[in-house]
Write a protein of this length. Sequence first.
Length: 400
Amino acid sequence: MDTRILDMKQVVHPDSWLGMYTDYLNPTIDAPDQFGIVCGLSCLSMVCRDLYIPYGQNRIRPNLWIGIVAPSTRYRKSTSIGVARRIMESVEPGIVFPDTYSPEGFIDHLANERPYGCFVWGEIKSTLSAFEKSYMRGHKEDLTFLYDCPETWNRKTKTSGLIKITNPYIGIIASSTQEWLNQCLTEGDLKGGFLPRFLWVIADMKSRFFAWPDTPDSDSQLIEHLMRIRESFAGEMEIDIHAKELFCDYVTQLDIEGAAQLEYEGILSAFYSRLGIYALKFAMLYQTDIQSMTDSHNKDRVITMDAMQYAICWSEYLKQNISELLGSAAFNELMANRIKVLKLIQAKPGIARSETLKYSRLSKRDFDESIVTLIESEQIFNRVEQTQGRPKTSYYPGKS
């Protein structure tokens, strides 16, 4: 059951391009709302590529790496991504990288065509498998480095020699199924630098179904407004003092929560530290979007409290997705046992101890170890009742 709650009013401003985009999508695609939001934000991020905000020694630019996760077919992952791809290409033809390429071809593209673009990977499993081939060796590491949008990137190729690329900017939209992630993500994958840079947007329930979706209205207004944003919004952004305080409180709390989750030590903290930076990127995008619609003549580029609140609400929703992702991934046998027991209890709250042990097919020792860890981490609680003079232990998800 999907327990993540998305309040559209808290993450989509009524007077915004993102609101126009979701209104355009919703009658035509019965995809989960979160897919439309994150694909719309990806479109905004590509036209806002010339914006940055100073952050210590770094400049934060609003590129997004998105992983959409849902079962195959009926959740419209490919359709949602396809609409975003079409909008991006309509705004700026060629901004989406070719579907097939080599690392050297990618470098030449950045050097000779444009130093920016968006990868659209219909299935991240296929892409990651291709990265293991000999001719793609080192490419994942290159992308990991480029995520932070360095001011310059120097690479040497066989055909062109040393190449210097200025202000590279890479976005990614990809999709996957939860089953593939559960099977293939290892502890090393999640502790490494590549996958924690993604925002994982998960759905396992839908709020609507269309037997016959509407024909979409014209997308010309959406495209024209993105073009105006691209032409008008560039350079350094600042942040209002109150928005900055709110952001600092939020990332401090993320740091505390990440450090407290010993179950995923070294993993959750990697995701949460990225999520904090993503909250700032979202604030940049929300501010640009709202200002372009409501105060377009204002030449100030200042993140307001309003934009930061939208950004943090969206980030908080995505934080639940991180917990869902990690909660379904098993990095070793002990964690696999705990996940198996937890899912039995979540599926049948109040399940008896004897029944849980039976269906888990674990030894009593492994079962007891899993139960103790789940109770101590407050993922489950137990109740003991007297039944016909004998104690009966039952398990429930969550806190008592």
